[in-house]
Design a protein around this ligand. Structure first.
Ligand SMILES: [Zn+2]
Length: 879
């Protein structure tokens, strides 16, 4: 019988039905019998089962108002049998408890007389005791309407359900390891972890970046440099002191050279295995633990108190070993994971011989993401694949997101290599937790993708601060993540609706409108949201639209209790943050470009506001929202109206608008003699990729290299701009118009002003307009001969050409009957990159200027010159 049917029956028959509650036809029990409930545990119940029983009693009181008891024997009321110890072996078999997996749960009701029960019965059990506890929480969420929204806010319905239907429910979560930084004990306490089905007595992670803990360079490097990575021709490791992470001052001040270990060297594996065995054997020996170095190995390399998982994972930077032996393995395996996994497998063999139940954990991270071609991890190795360099605006499995293809390809490859694959994923923007970060739409699809690719566990890294305040809907993101970690097939829209209705009251529809606006904007703009993103996709118009939604949300709760108004005000903070720091709207006014920013709070008002919500900085972690904002804007609120000078290079054939103070970007490139716009960023500044500027070349996502460029030289036909990067690399850009043609000559010059060799990692990226949604033909020239690169012309493609003999690249736009040619000196650009995405609204083609990426010696200068021009001729006819 449906719930509605029960309610109607109640209305007609009144108390007569209540008296017969337990025997009611469709329902399992009626509300009148709630006071007769009684909890039964087995006499050999473990601590977790006893906790599950007391939690049932507590939550039953909260939801029904009835005080009930626990004992080891049933009563003549409704008995709630908790845990395997409470039910007979026969029933364990019938309920198929042993078929559950991980922390799987079983919830089943019985009528009186069924299966030997004298009275109505509810069985709550897992395969394990922990599963039993989670089954209790699941029961109260699923059937009694309880919602643990935040560590401080639990929703309990005002009245209990009029009846409970028959239940026959079983579920096994696909991941044995489910973790999320939001649920660290410091952030939320053990109870909130528990109700969201996170392990409540093990710490949050296995440890990571442990190579230097296991083989301390300050101890061994002097005598054994060959144990450490060879980087740029020399063995490197910091010996001045332990370097803890990539933002360690020792690295920033240039006092520490860092790398990894030499994976191919068997001695390295033997040393590390010996450390693990020694620590395992002597872990309870107080004298041994007193030694600081031993402590470091325990706390750094194996915080897992089970002692069964040891992390042997690369440091938090690049610098893998390139010695001849490592390079040979990596070449054979097609990945620097080759030499790393060689070492990990050796360690796993040595440790596994003595301790077969110990697992060796390692990261596939940054350079080691690509799976090796031939090597497989040993059965006692846990590989944790990390998603740090990918795009969190779109699900990993989105076929339209080329960046994420790389992750998917490697996920699939790793899934075939090991049954012990776990994932390390990122769900906040580490640049600033106050910034809008619309990723709610990718959390569930990504977890489902991990599940479908046989991952056995997931760590979702979020804010490190504790406790996390409710800015930017972190509570909603945490709640959604917990639900989807438990069940990756969850309906995330329904979860968001449920949470927002309960948490934001009458503002909920507007909160959802805001969530949809931000999501739709990143998708429409095809924005990339990196793990550390300054969110350039947020512009004036978006802030104004979001602000209008929040004004409606605030008005809707104007008469609501203060706590609801505060929640809406907290959710509003990221929009107010974006108003301060968003990309302006640009308008051309004569020789000026006018930048307009939306109205915002004064800086000190904003900081007071967020401090009022409990926001703090947590140095030395990346979680420094307040000082991070101040650094981003150089301590000064950006003007709401700003005029940016334009350098306009123009003759009869070409017009070029350059904005030196705005990252030196070229905003317009008009070729008058063919009536063609090659760059049209002046129309919709930055909203679509149609400008030309420079990025760091850290694949696959680059950052702008400088906020502004200085004007060094100006003549009627030329402009020279210069900027210096934080790395100490000076970058000069020289644009020259030819007098008698539409040629533009561009030279990018890089100068290493430091006293260390430097890989330049800079590229100049013109995002040409494809003259409509038409796929361009891409042609290359070698030795005077042209050949077509893309047959057929797909809607999008990216190629990196390594050989040095190319002399020209050309793109033919068939509809416009125009060819854009770029010529250059062979070898100056190495590699050569072309890419396009021609469908609406992108219409984008890149013919990048990528100077040779070999290391640049101190004091050395390198340049690459490209000459671009437009002609009606087809490439084959160009000489
Ligand atoms: Zn090596």
């Amino acid at each position: 019988m449906t719930r509605m049917g029960t309610l109607i029956l109640m209305g007609v028959l009144g108390s007569a039905v209540a008296a017969a509650a337990v025997e009611s036809d469709g329902a399992w029990v009626e509300r009148a019998s709630y006071g007769t409930f009684h909890v039964v545990v087995g006499d050999n119940a473990g601590n977790t089962e006893r906790l599950a029983a007391s939690e049932f009693v507590r939550l039953w009181k909260d939801t029904t108002g009835e005080t009930i008891n626990t004992s080891m024997s049933p009563t003549d009321g409704v008995n709630v049998w908790i845990g395997r110890s409470a039910v007979s072996a026969l029933l364990i078999g019938q309920l198929r408890l042993d078929d559950l997996e991980n922390d799987g749960i079983r919830i089943r009701t019985f009528r009186s007389g069924a299966e030997g029960f004298d009275t109505a019965a509810l069985v709550l059990s897992g395969r394990t005791e922990r599963g039993t506890l989670y089954g209790v929480y699941d029961f109260f969420e699923r059937y009694m309407g309880v919602r643990w929204l935040t560590p401080k806010v639990t929703h309990v319905p005002k009245t209990p359900p009029e009846s409970l239907a028959m239940i026959d429910y079983r579920y096994s979560p696909p991941f044995w390891y489910r973790e999320c930084t939001y649920f660290s004990r410091a952030s939320c306490g053990p109870e909130f972890r528990r109700v969201h089905k996170f392990e409540d007595h093990w710490p949050i992670a296995f440890g990571g970046h442990t190579l230097y803990d296991l083989l301390p360079p300050e101890k061994y490097f002097a005598e054994h440099p060959e144990w450490y990575a060879e980087v740029g021709g020399e063995r490197v490791a910091p010996t001045e002191g332990r370097v803890r992470g990539p933002i360690d001052p020792l690295i920033a001040e240039g006092k520490a050279k860092v790398g990894q270990l030499c994976g191919s060297n068997p001695e390295v594996a033997e040393q590390i295995a010996a450390r693990i065995i020694e620590c395992t054997e002597r872990r309870k020996d107080p004298e041994f633990i007193k030694v600081r170095e031993n402590q470091i190995v325990f706390s750094g390399a194996s915080p897992h108190p089970s002692g069964k998982i040891w992390s042997v994972s690369q440091m938090d930077w690049f610098g893998n070993c390139t010695c001849d032996a490592c390079a040979a393995i990596d070449k054979r395996e097609g990945s620097p994971m080759g030499s790393l996994l060689t070492m990990i497998n050796r360690i796993a063999d040595i440790v596994g011989e003595r301790y077969p139940d110990i697992k060796i954990h390692t990261f596939a991270y940054l350079y080691s993401v690509p799976a090796p071609k031939h090597l497989k991890p040993r059965d006692n190795v846990l590989v944790q694949l990390c998603s740090i360099q990918f795009n969190f605006a779109r699900p990993f499995a989105d076929p339209d997101c080329a960046i994420n293809w790389v992750f998917m390809e490697n996920l699939r490859k790793w899934a075939k290599k090991t049954d012990n694959l776990i994932i390390y994923d990122y769900i906040v923007n580490f640049s600033n937790s106050l910034r809008p970060h619309p990723n709610l739409h990718v959390i569930q699809p990504n977890l489902k993708t991990f599940m479908e690719n046989h991952a056995k566990g997931v760590y979702e890294q979020s804010s490190e601060g504790a406790p996390t305040p409710d800015i930017g809907m972190h509570h909603l993101r945490a709640y959604l993540t917990a639900k989807c970690l438990w069940n990756p097939d969850s309906d995330s829209e329904a979860i968001i609706r449920d949470f927002t209705d309960l948490y934001y009251g009458d503002a909920a529809p507007y909160i959802r409108e805001y969530i949809a606006l931000m999501r739709d904007t990143v998708l429409e703009k095809d924005a990339i949201i990196a793990w550390y993103s300054l969110a350039e996709w947020i512009d004036y118009d978006l802030v104004v639209a979001a602000e209008a939604i929040f004004q409606k949300a605030l008005a809707a709760v104007a008469d609501a209790p203060e706590e609801i108004r505060n929640r809406v005000a907290a959710a509003h903070v990221p929009v107010r943050f974006a108003a301060i720091a968003c990309r302006p709207r640009f308008e051309r006014q004569g020789e000026m470009l006018v930048a307009l920013r939306p109205p915002c709070l004064r800086l000190e008002e904003f900081i007071d506001l967020v401090k009022g919500f409990g926001v703090k900085d947590y140095p030395p972690t990346l979680d420094v929202p307040i000082s991070g904002l101040l650094k981003e804007i150089d301590d000064v609120l950006p003007a709401r109206r700003e005029e940016v000078g334009l350098e306009v290079l123009e003759n009869d054939r070409v017009a070029l608008w350059i904005a030196p103070e705005w990252r030196g970007a070229v905003l317009r490139w008009r070729v008058k003699d063919h009536d063609a716009e090659l760059l049209r960023g002046y129309e919709h500044y930055g909203a679509l990729p149609t400008i030309w500027r420079e990025y760091t070349h850290t694949p696959p996502i680059g950052q702008p290299i400088a906020d502004s460029f200085r004007l060094i030289e100006r003549a009627s036909n030329s402009v020279v701009l210069e900027a210096e990067m934080d790395s100490g690399l000076a970058v000069q850009k020289h644009y020259i118009l030819a007098p008698e043609s539409n040629e533009l000559t561009f030279t990018l010059t890089l100068h290493n002003g430091t006293d260390e060799p430097m890989v330049p990692l800079v590229k100049s990226v013109p995002e040409f307009y494809t003259q409509g949604p038409v796929h361009p033909e891409i042609w290359t020239q070698v030795g005077g001969e042209w050949s077509r690169q893309n047959v057929p012309a797909e809607p999008s493609r990216l190629e990196i050409l390594d050989e040095a003999e190319y002399t020209a690249l050309a793109a033919r736009f068939p509809k416009a009957k125009l060819t854009l040619v770029s010529t250059f000196t062979p070898g100056e650009m190495q590699p050569l990159l072309w890419a396009y995405r021609s469908e609406d609204p992108f219409n984008q083609l890149n013919l990048d200027v990528l100077p040779n990426q070999a290391p640049l010696e101190p004091g050395a200068t390198r340049s690459a010159t490209v000459c671009y021009y437009v002609t009606k001729k087809k490439p084959k006819r160009i000489r």
